[in-house]
Design a protein around this ligand. Structure first.
Ligand code: GLU
Length: 275
């Protein structure tokens, strides 16, 4: 059994470009597939927490804006519109499989005070105890520079730590971490396993993000560092193939596995937050 098969509590992050078409509208087929697989994984006994991007992208589509706005107020407004649509769809789709969802919108100041952090931990714990699938996003409508995480890769690692998850899975628009940029370099190969995040790994992760999300590979590497240093294994898999989640949790090697650092810092999943 590997760490993904053994995992009891999992955090899965879905990026905007996985969830939406280039038009900004929801990719309904993709979203349905992901919801179906996650519902099944939940049914198999694992606790699932979903970190979903897409609020701004969906809001842009819904408001009929020609492109993702660059000014803060328009991004905040687009997120407010898009987040409603996202949650409406998640609620409807997960309900088909008899699962309740809950919405958690976060800002960075939550983790900057012990008291607020503990409140968030308590809320997550209760939502999981109640059997819900928490769906987390940054509170993009009120988050401004001083209080924003900025990207959901980082947010998902923070959520994995807060909830003492066993593993974190980032569903991206690429198969995993490559030795080069596979979009421009045909010789680039997938790196299946990363034991240590060093300068070489960071330098090959440099590159542009997608047009519909915020993060590129570098934010995923930062998330991997946060997670693995807290004792949490992380994988990057291809969100365009939601079936890869089954493969991952069946113990098949898929995507890139970032191996948890043993005995490094506090173990995030020592079970102390679990009742
Ligand atoms: N929170 C943003 C949204 O929902 C996405 C951030 C990201 O792409 O990492 O639109």
């Amino acid at each position: 059994m590997n760490c993904f098969q053994n995992a009891r509590r999992i955090v899965v992050k879905i990026g905007s470009s996985t969830l939406t078409h280039k038009s900004g509208h929801i990719n309904i087929r993709r979203m349905e597939q992901i919801v179906k697989v996650l519902s099944d994984i939940r049914n198999s006994g694992k606790e699932v927490i979903l970190v979903s991007s897409g609020a701004i992208a969906v809001g842009v589509g819904k408001l009929g804006l020609r492109e993702r706005p660059s000014d803060t107020a328009s991004k905040q407004a687009a997120a407010a519109v898009g987040q409603c649509e996202l949650m409406y769809l998640y609620d409807k789709m997960f309900a088909e499989y008899n699962h309740n969802v809950s919405q958690v919108l976060m800002t960075r100041d939550i983790i900057e005070s012990e008291q607020r952090k503990q409140n968030a931990v308590n809320a997550f714990r209760r939502l999981i105890d109640f059997g819900t699938i928490p769906i987390v996003n940054e509170n993009d409508t009120v988050a401004v520079e001083e209080i924003e995480f900025g990207d959901n890769d980082t947010l998902s690692a923070v959520v994995a730590k807060l909830t003492c998850a066993d593993v974190l899975v980032l569903m991206s628009d690429i198969d995993g971490l490559y030795s080069g940029n596979p979009r421009t370099d045909p010789a680039a190969t997938l790196i299946p396993r990363v034991e240590k995040i060093d300068q070489t790994i960071e330098s090959i992760a440099q590159g542009a993000g997608s047009s519909r999300g915020t993060g590129g590979m570098i934010t995923k590497i930062h998330a991997a560092r946060l997670a693995t240093e807290a004792g949490i294994d992380m994988a990057i898999i291809n969100g365009e193939q939601p079936q890869q989640l089954y493969q991952l949790f069946d113990g098949e090697g898929v995507g890139t596995h970032f191996v948890a650092v043993p005995n490094c810092g506090e173990s995030a999943h020592d079970g102390s937050d679990r009742e």
